[in-house]
Each structure stands twice: as C-alpha cells, then as structure tokens.
Write a protein that binds this ligand. Sequence first.
Ligand code: KG4
Ligand code: ZN
Length: 343
Amino acid sequence: MRILGIESSCDETGIAIYDTEKGLVADQLYSQIELHAQYGGVVPELASRDHVRKIVPLIQQACVEADMKLNDLDAIAYTAGPGLVGALLVGACVGKSLAWALDLPAVEVHHMEGHLLAPLLEVNKPEFPFLCLLVSGGHTLLVDVQSLGNYKILGDTLDDAAGEAFDKTAKMLGLPYPGGRYIADLATQGDATRFKFPRPMMNRPGLQFSFSGLKTHTRVTWENHIEHCKNDTEIQQLKADIAAGFQLAVIDTLSKKCLRGIKQTGHQELVISGGVSANTSLRETLESMGKKHRFKSFFPSMKYCSDNGAMIAFAGAMRFQHKHIEQNTLIKAYPRWSLEALN
Ligand code: KG4
Ligand code: ZN
C-alpha cells in the first residue's frame, strides 16, 4: 500500500509517500523559516498563503521522486490538527479533494501522533508499549503509549512549551528565530554553572511541567548583568553562559521527569520526539541516564525531529492499516485536539 502524507500545520510544507513494503519512497520538505524570521515568529496568514503556493508542486515532485502517478496511491493522509487553522485547512482541502477525485480513503492524522510515531521509521525502533516525551514548539507532553491510538497523557505543561521557552530565550538574547538550535550552539561556548537557574516543578511530585518561571528568571539574569558588561566579548560570554545555564535547567527538568515516568509506568523504552528532540545535549543526557537506570532511548533521525511529511505518511499508513479512516467528504481541521481523543 502507498500512502501520500501531507503536513501543513505550521511553517513547514511536508509531502511524503510511504510504501508499506518498501518504506519511504518520497520525502519533500519546504521550510518557511526565512519568511517568518524577519517577524521573529510565525505569521499565520503568511504561513497559509505559502502552503497554498508550495503544496501542489511538492506533491508533483514527490510523485517524480517515487516514480509513480497519483493513480498508484492507495490513501491520502493529512495533518488535521492541532495547529494553525488556516495552515491546517490548506492541507485538509488538498488532501480531502485529492482523495475524493481519486476515489481513495482520506486519513486524518493528529500532528503529535505523527511526532510520536516518527522514531518507528528508523531501523532501530521502539516497540509498544513505551513512554514518550513529546517536546515541540507548542507541546511538552509525557505520554504512556500502550499501542497505536492508545495514549494516556501523564504530564503536560502548565504554561510555555519547552521549544517555546527556547525560542523566547533566544529572542531575548538577540538570536534568530526559531532559536532552539542557536541556544544549543551558543551553550557549547558557555559555562552552565555561572548562574543558577531554577528547575521548575522538580520539588513537587507528579509529571507536570512549567517553563514560564524559568523564562522570567532568565530574563532577570540577563537584565541584571548586561549593564555591567564592558565590551562585546563580555556580552558574548554573558549570552553563552545564560544559554548554557538555561539549556541545562530545561534538560535537567525534562530528563528527570522522564525518569520519574519510567519508574511510575515500569516501561523499559523511552521515545523522545518533536523539534526539541534534535537537541544533542538532551539526547546524550537521556542516553546516559538510560544506561544507569536500565531503559533504552529512541529518537527520530535529525531530519524527522521537526515537522515533516514522512511522519504524517507513516502515521497515516498505520491508521489506514488499522482501519481508522474518515468516511465522509467534510473538510475538517482541529486547531486544538487532544491526543487522548484518539483513544
Ligand atoms: O516539532 P517542531 O518542528 O514544530 C512544532 O510542532 O512546534 O518544533 C519546533 C521547536 C522550536 O521551538 C525550535 O526552537 C525547537 O523545536 N528546536 C530545538 C532544537 N532544534 C529545534 N530546541 C532545542 N534544541 C535544538 N537543537
Ligand atoms: Zn511539530
């Protein structure tokens, strides 16, 4: 079976074709980052318009890459939510219309389920059940994954998502958008022990997250020290030390909550996915923690950490095989949609 996957929930247009026998046979991605960088964040209306421009040419390129025609497809999967409503509607309209015109089933895919299943695209892949940490620009979730579509949210953020905290800290330090990877780069030149950053929610039981207090602490540290810098070298060092201390606080919090979740559920496998899972320090910390506490960590390859069509085609294929498909011709998008609603 060959499934076309369409991702357009935010600022990436991703189109892929997953063949249940051969694996990924096409993978096309267009990133709008340059378009939004000048505004310091995603501008929803511009995102929708750019998806409109790119989506059809990318579908054509995917067919060329896979050396097949639209008629060779068996189903169309698209991200139906959560995300920016205008951006989602572009993918939903194109996906549903294609399915209708080709007389194929349409599969609505939950964006976070796409991230959650992305590590299953790898050769060395996890097996159900497992614990999953989903860390992206909009979400920070710890999920008990029993099987496909059987998800229990054990922890969520009370305010900012981990990726959002990275992006806001980066913006404050004058780094480009989206700032996660720039903070990570800068942190390699910094001293993480120069400033003491709080570990939010660590002194309370449970698996909830909160990053807004850490964000405020970071801002106060920056404001208190920037005025004492005598030259550019000192400003650069201050930025690097803040980036390193901030990153360590986030990683410490995320990894310790993962360990709590592993102990609570008894799972032996931990899956980490979403944009922030590209952070090498986070990967290294969880891998060494796993060696010590006897659990195994699984990550998507770097190109599938951020938004992409491959994870949507793959999640669509799994849902299609399990007969989780839409039977009507209504075009729907769900800007807010809980993973648990899939159960
Ligand atoms: O999953 P994603 O591409 O989009 C959403 O669904 O939100 O995640 C994007 C987030 C951004 O906040 C970005 O700054 C963050 O992932 N990110 C990183 C790194 N690479 C991307 N955060 C920390 N370290 C990185 N290396
Ligand atoms: Zn995402």
